[in-house]
Write a protein that binds this ligand. Structure first.
Ligand code: CAP
Ligand code: MG
Length: 415
């Protein structure tokens, strides 16, 4: 039986430029690493568990090839014809499908995917990109700010609208729905967007600053289309999608409709940690960044490296760089740093990720001793201080709201 799998192992093979490359971490269970790697290549391309009566030459050419094995790390080259143009679900059914459940493996992790231009060229990528978003919001020289009203859900429309007003008046650029706020009985989607957009227009007039609303349209695909249309009718710039729970197919459809409606997509990644966190099994979040950028989200949560969510600083930095680096024709994605952030952590985040980020603070704004408005002011002050190269402590001497935030949280790194 083993000999069949070893037909997929061609160590020393040189992949061609138009092959798709996967880096796997493979932990065999009772078989050699060569056989385990061969099984991964077989099951994710054309093979199955046994030899077949016939395998025509034309199909042989679609066989994936294991071309490098370094300890548990295995590189596999995939002929591009294995993959349907522009179809992310099909790609994942191949390189991230059955192989995770194979008995011959104790663990398997998809660490990276290198997409050839031949594959990338079928995708639009982000509609706005970082410069495009900065032009919309007229903010060029600092991180953008976002806040999620907290408690996460429970406010009715009037209460939610008030929090929105306080946050935007205090200097927040983007008001963001929480990932589990969609259209519950106490805050129906249509009512919420109608009220919040009215407040947005009032605050823009009063402050002279552009404001936008990351409105969560997550739902079944058809309903997301309807909600996106409503968002565009209100003249908002963004929709927000929980891309993992909504799914890749839905995200591709939303991206198509946002192209027509000229809407940016804020991508929340709730549920990613179900398969990205375990370093021995699952899928690296770096792969999720690449898939999201291919499809074309404009903002993507990447972590903080210092806040309440898992994610080592160096990893978070790599994800932010994957969002922004040159990648064929694809515009960059705005990395969103969020999760346990408050004014005291802003210098660390900007040191780690640079200023071309969106900083989201929920508890770190609404938990300010004097509430949302002052929490927003304090967040902006912390960013101002960092951008001017002044320590928070020194800036706090002249800025009461920042001082109050530091008195409450200091530089606390929440667990
Ligand atoms: C943050 C948040 C975000 C997390 C998601 C929350 O609130 O709204 O969903 O940042 O994690 O619900 O926890 P706080 P990630 O600012 O109050 O922490 O960004 O890592 O995907
Ligand atoms: Mg949230």
């Amino acid at each position: 039986m083993t000999e069949w799998y070893l037909e997929f192992v061609k160590l020393g093979y040189k992949p061609s430029d138009d092959e798709l490359i996967c880096l796997f971490r493979v932990e065999p269970d009772g078989v050699s690493i060569e056989e385990a790697a061969g099984r991964v290549a077989s099951e994710s391309s054309v093979g199955t568990w046994t030899t077949l009566a016939k395998l025509p030459e034309r199909i042989r050419r679609l066989m994936a090839k294991v071309y490098e094995i370094d300890g548990n790390y295995v590189k596999v080259a995939y002929p591009i014809d294995l993959f349907e143009e522009g179809n992310i679900p099909q790609l994942l059914s191949s390189i991230a499908g059955n192989i995770f459940g194979m008995r011959a493996l104790k663990n398997l992790r998809l660490e990276d995917v290198v997409f050839p231009k031949e594959y990338v060229k079928h995708f639009r990528g982000p509609k706005f990109g970082i410069d495009g978003i900065r032009n919309v919001l007229k903010v060029k020289d600092r991180p953008l700010t976002a806040t999620v009203p907290k408690p996460k859900v429970g406010f009715d429309v009037d209460e939610y609208a008030e929090v929105a007003r306080e946050a935007w008046m205090g200097g927040i650029d983007l008001l963001k729905d929480d990932e589990n706020l969609t259209g519950q009985s106490f805050i129906r989607f249509e009512k919420r967007i109608e009220r919040v957009m009215k407040i947005r227009d009032e605050v823009e007039k009063e402050t002279g600053e552009r404001k936008s609303y990351l409105v969560n349209i997550t739902s079944d695909c058809r309903e997301m289309m309807r909600r996106a249309k409503l968002v565009a009718d209100y003249g908002n710039e963004y929709v927000m999608v929980d891309i993992i729970t909504a799914g890749w197919s839905a995200l591709q459809s939303v991206r198509d409709v946002c192209e027509e409606l000229n809407l940016a997509i804020h991508a929340h990644r709730a549920m990613h940690a179900a398969f990205t966190r375990n370093e021995r099994h699952g899928i690296s979040f770096g792969v999720i960044v690449k898939l999201s950028r291919l499809i074309g989200v404009d903002n993507l949560h990447v972590g903080t490296g210092v806040g309440k969510m898992a994610g080592k600083a160096e990893e978070v930095k790599r994800y932010a760089e994957l969002c922004r680096k040159e990648w064929y024709h694809l515009k960059p994605v705005f990395p969103v740093s969020s999760g346990g952030l408050h004014p005291g952590l802003i210098p660390d985040v900007i040191d780690l990720l640079g200023p071309d980020i969106i900083i989201q603070a929920g508890g770190g704004v609404h938990g300010h001793p004097r509430g949302t408005y002052y929490g927003a002011v304090a967040l902006r002050q912390a960013i101002e201080a960092k951008m001017k190269g002044i320590s928070l402590e020194e800036y706090a001497e002249e800025h009461k709201e920042l001082r109050e935030a530091l008195e409450k949280w200091g530089h606390l790194r929440p667990k």
